[in-house]
Every structure is written in C-alpha cells, then in structure tokens.
Design a binder for this molecule. Structure first.
Ligand SMILES: [Zn+2]
Length: 87
C-alpha cells in the first residue's frame, strides 16, 4: 500500500512563502519544506511558474504585474484558500 506524500505546508502557507523564497529570504529549512510542497502540489508548482515568468519579464513580483487572466486565476485560488469564495 502506497503512502501518500506528506505535505508539511498547506498551499496557503506555501503561497505566502513564494516571494520570500524567490528573494532568497527563507531559511534553508523553510526552503526545503517549500520545495517539497511545490514538488508534490500541482497548484503551487503552477503558481510558482507563473510568478517566475512574471519575474523573468519584469524583474519584480507584484500582483499588478500579472496578466489579467493570471490575476483572475490567482484571485480565485486565494479566495478558495481563504474560504470566502461564494462559489
Ligand atoms: Zn500547494
């Protein structure tokens, strides 16, 4: 019987760490936990890719730099995580 991958971080925590991760502001331990989560989590790996694409284009990470489509997607994700999405 297979054991499911253990998730040390919830998605919301991982998302909050993304900018610090990319800034190199995480401790080695935090970074390992973050990377372990992203590796197992399609949502967070897609999110990280999106952010990295934005950084590659603009050199900064600000939600307003995202395309409207990406921003919509992320807003939906955030709402779902925060539990205030009426849908
Ligand atoms: Zn996740």
């Amino acid at each position: 019987m297979r054991v499911l991958p253990r998730h040390d971080l919830h998605c919301q925590q991982a998302v909050e760490l993304v900018t610090d991760y990319l800034d190199g502001a995480l401790s080695r331990r935090q970074r390992r936990r973050f990377e372990a989560h992203v590796k197992d989590c399609p949502n967070c790996s897609a999110y990280l890719e999106q952010i990295q694409a934005v950084i590659a284009m603009t050199g900064t990470v600000h939600p307003e730099d995202l395309s409207p489509q990406a921003r919509d997607d992320l807003t939906t994700l955030y709402r779902r995580w925060r539990g205030d999405d009426p849908g």
